[in-house]
Design a protein around this ligand. Structure first.
Ligand SMILES: Cc1ncc(COP(=O)(O)O)c(C=O)c1O
Length: 195
């Protein structure tokens, strides 16, 4: 009996015929369909005035892509918003908090978050945030008990990357969070304000 055809999408990534990609988040193998999408984008730009191109498709594109990602994540339509990059997305979230006017001004993050994420949080200190970076004793993991110890009733936000940028590990501590039957209530009980 034939096994699952795990290579069925390989032909859609032409550069895989000539090399192996070890880095896929920054400049991964280009999908064949990217050419068609870029051409369609260019044609919309070329054939309409810029105002028409926005009205015809571009305004809606972000929502449509967000909804497709939501389907993959198991989220509701309209619940995923696309941002230009992770730093801007994180800065947008940070801008929702007024750290200076509350005692609940603590942000808990981890030493294994991507370095540019830390810059965003460091900059919030000048705006009144108290930033606690939970360390990584072995450089590979962040112990769950240390994360829990850092969360208290002064915590307004827990911000942690799903995956370690160092070794691509999906953090077991993170998985322990999401495997709880109702992780949000549990984190609220632990003191975090989650909205
Ligand atoms: C896990 C992770 N988080 C954040 C970033 C930063 O992303 P950006 O440069 O889009 O802000 C990267 C960049 O490679 C990353 O790998």
């Amino acid at each position: 009996m034939a096994g699952p055809n795990i290579d069925r999408r390989r032909a859609e990534f032409p550069t895989l015929a000539s090399g192996i990609h070890l880095l896929s988040h920054s400049l991964g193998p280009v999908p064949r369909t990217a050419r068609e999408s870029l051409l369609a984008y260019y044609q919309a730009w070329e054939q309409h005035t810029s105002e028409d191109a926005w009205a015809a498709s571009w305004w809606e594109l972000s929502r449509q892509v967000g909804d497709r990602i939501a389907r993959i994540l198991g989220g509701a339509p309209g619940s995923v918003q696309i941002q230009p990059n992770a730093s801007i997305a994180l800065a947008s979230v940070a801008s929702c908090f007024d750290f200076a006017s509350t005692k609940r001004n603590k942000v808990v993050t981890s030493a294994l978050d991507f370095p540019s994420m830390e810059y965003i949080w460091e900059a919030q200190r000048a705006l009144g945030a108290k930033v606690e970076i939970v360390g990584s004793p072995d450089g590979i993991t962040v112990p769950l008990e240390n994360i829990l110890a850092a969360i208290d009733d002064a915590t307004s936000l827990v911000a942690m990357s799903h995956t370690s940028f160092r070794i691509a590990l999906v953090r077991s501590s993170y998985l322990m969070f999401i495997n709880r039957p109702d992780p949000l209530s549990w984190m609220r009980l632990s003191g975090a304000l989650i909205s």
